[in-house]
Ligand binder design. Structure first.
Ligand SMILES: CC(C)(COP(=O)(O)OP(=O)(O)OC[C@H]1O[C@@H](n2cnc3c(N)ncnc32)[C@H](O)[C@@H]1OP(=O)(O)O)[C@@H](O)C(=O)NCCC(=O)NCCS
Length: 172
């Protein structure tokens, strides 16, 4: 069963807004820099391809035990979208696990946006039926490691497909 549903999450400067296909056009411009894919692979999507991707994402996981939660990051003061955060919640061992990730468009990087968004997301996840929060981060990706640290995650020393597994317990 999809027990967790994305809600709007407000932080000091940001609204994390549940992602919709209508966000694709603005997000295609936000995510248009190929450099964003250095550590996560792939290439930027066209607006049409991104809309199709967002339609698949919002349709939800085919596995009813898994929730796909996605948000766009809206910078309130500038009324613009700046990136995305996501959480994939599913069965773990033991308890449910949320795997999280983040991306911020190049023009908005270095302003603490990923840090603030990840903290807001992790704080929200600690109030959901989730026991462990996970992220997989390339060992050379210093910015992402800093974001994970600020959100209370620590490196586990375990490797998964060339990335290090970071984790945080929610205490549930
Ligand atoms: C990782 C990413 C989201 C960071 O976004 P951001 O909004 O610039 O991050 P912040 O401004 O919150 O900065 C986070 C930390 O990274 C540091 N940082 C930012 N850019 C950096 C860079 N190019 N090199 C090293 N450190 C960097 C900041 O100084 C800050 O560290 P601090 O808290 O110790 O000062 C962004 O670079 C990105 O989207 N990259 C491509 C997608 C990606 O790889 N996502 C990760 C998947 S897990």
């Amino acid at each position: 069963m999809n027990v967790v549903v994305a809600r709007t999450i407000g932080t000091e400067r940001l609204d994390l807004v549940p992602l919709r296909p209508e966000h694709a056009e603005e997000m295609a411009a936000v995510l248009s820099d190929p450099a964003l894919h250095t550590f996560i692979g792939g290439t930027p999507d066209t607006p049409g391809a991104l809309r199709s991707r967002y339609q698949r994402m919002t349709a939800g996981s085919p596995d009813p035990a898994v929730s796909w939660l996605n948000w766009v990051i809206r910078l309130r003061e500038e009324s613009c979208l700046t990136g995305t955060v996501q959480a994939t919640i599913g069965p773990g061992a033991p308890g449910r696990t949320a795997e999280i990730a983040w991306v911020v468009g190049t023009p908005w990087q270095g302003r603490g946006i990923a840090t603030e968004a990840a903290r807001g997301l992790v704080d929200w996840l600690t109030r959901q039926p989730v026991r462990t929060i996970l992220a997989h981060i390339h060992p050379d990706h210093r910015a992402s490691a800093a974001v994970a640290t600020a959100a209370g995650l620590t490196p586990s020393g375990e490797w998964d497909e060339g990335e290090i597994r970071w984790h945080r317990s929610t205490g549930r």
